[in-house]
Design a protein around this ligand. Sequence first.
Ligand SMILES: Cc1cc2nc3c(=O)[nH]c(=O)nc-3n(C[C@H](O)[C@H](O)[C@H](O)COP(=O)(O)O)c2cc1C
Length: 161
Amino acid sequence: MTIDPTTFRNGLGRFATGITIVTGISDDGSPVGVTVNAFSSLSLEPPLVLFCLGRKTFCLDAFTSGRGFALNVLSEPQRHLSETFSKPLDDRFEGVDHDFWDSGAPILDGCLANLECDLETVHDGGDHVIIIGRVVRLMQAEKGQPLLYFMGDYRCIGDCV
Ligand SMILES: Cc1cc2nc3c(=O)[nH]c(=O)nc-3n(C[C@H](O)[C@H](O)[C@H](O)COP(=O)(O)O)c2cc1C
């Protein structure tokens, strides 16, 4: 059976996910960030996570050439960040409050969790690459609701505010 890409995408859209912004630093030292929902926990010991990035992503090198990066798990009121970090903009970080930990990757304020990672390995994944990170520092919020993605649209637990 041949599955066309649109049908495939629609089928996969039935799997509800959270949304993350993966952040890092480019070769010239400037911050980069991309909206990613292809994120998963991978291992508890050692603490590993993975995400998948399209091969054509402008800032792919920032995540595959050995530097650390961060995964920022979005909360319900952060839909605007998901939109900002999936759009072609000169500066996606303009007006976005953030901090820096050891890796230099931006740690976005107001997230449900921030995970700073060392790059562990990079694997082939068809038109994407699979990037595995070892979590070296974690912040988790005590309260807050997640921003969700389902069937091509943003969702919330209960009604979106
Ligand atoms: C909700 C949502 C989830 C996304 N998930 C992914 C993903 O998991 N992997 C990916 O490569 N792109 C994903 N994208 C698309 C990228 O965010 C977008 O193509 C990217 O920011 C383009 O970056 P560039 O202009 O730097 O190439 C997603 C977009 C949205 C809106």
